[in-house]
Design a protein. Structure first.
Length: 211
């Protein structure tokens, strides 16, 4: 049974596009386009609990009460580099959102995370934060990124991934039990190289056409 902190967004359009995204024969341009579209579609569910307030407007017929977002500030934080492919889709939904960037790698000797880039909105502690990365594999990078955000005062954080391995979900929730995770699919496992099975390969390489 899936943890209640994990939401699997199984909308038919998302599942259809995800199947094409997984296909080894899908080239970089189509991969980028599909990734952006899926991120936008997932964004509807990720933002479902955003707060609303009543205002009065005037339609061509009469005055009426209507609902708008409460004005809560939002930040989209991609984990470099693959997370960049999800930003534009989210900005289509929330054009006023600020975008920060986090870059991390693990020291091969100490295995501890090393931050090589971090640029965040100055008022990050006041924002609803959506961390984006296509793959949640071991969960190490996502956990480290969330830790880094919390150290800088961030409080309301959601994690959004296309595909997750059970191991990655377990790692993030163990390290950050207050985090909600949104995914389009939970795959079978990780292989010996840390790739998600069946997954879609290296998302960064497929986005940018590198090997």
């Amino acid at each position: 049974m899936m943890d209640k902190r994990v939401t699997v967004i199984d909308h038919p359009l998302i599942q259809h596009k995800l199947s094409i995204l997984r296909d080894v024969n899908t080239g970089s341009k189509d991969f980028r386009d599909l990734l952006e579209e899926i991120a936008m579609l997932m964004g509807y569910e990720v933002t479902r609990n955003f707060q609303l307030e009543d205002i009065e407007i005037e339609t061509p017929i009469c005055k009426t009460k209507a609902k708008v977002l409460t004005g809560k500030k939002v930040a989209i934080i991609p984990i470099l580099r693959a997370g960049l492919g999800m930003v534009d889709g989210m900005l289509r939904l929330i054009p006023a959102a600020k975008v920060g960037h986090i870059g991390l790698y693990r020291d091969p000797k100490t295995l501890k995370p090393v931050e090589y880039y971090c640029k965040l909105p100055a008022d990050i502690e006041e924002r609803d934060i959506i961390v984006v990365d296509p793959m949640l594999a071991t969960g190490g990078s996502a956990s480290d990124a969330i830790t880094l955000l919390k150290k800088r005062g961030a409080k309301n954080i959601k994690l959004m991934n296309l595909i997750a391995a059970p191991e990655g979900i377990e790692t993030v929730l163990k390290t950050h039990p207050d985090i909600e995770i949104f995914v389009a699919a939970v795959d079978e496992k990780l292989d010996e190289n840390g790739y998600i099975v069946p997954g879609l390969g290296d998302a960064g390489d497929r986005i940018f056409g590198t090997k």
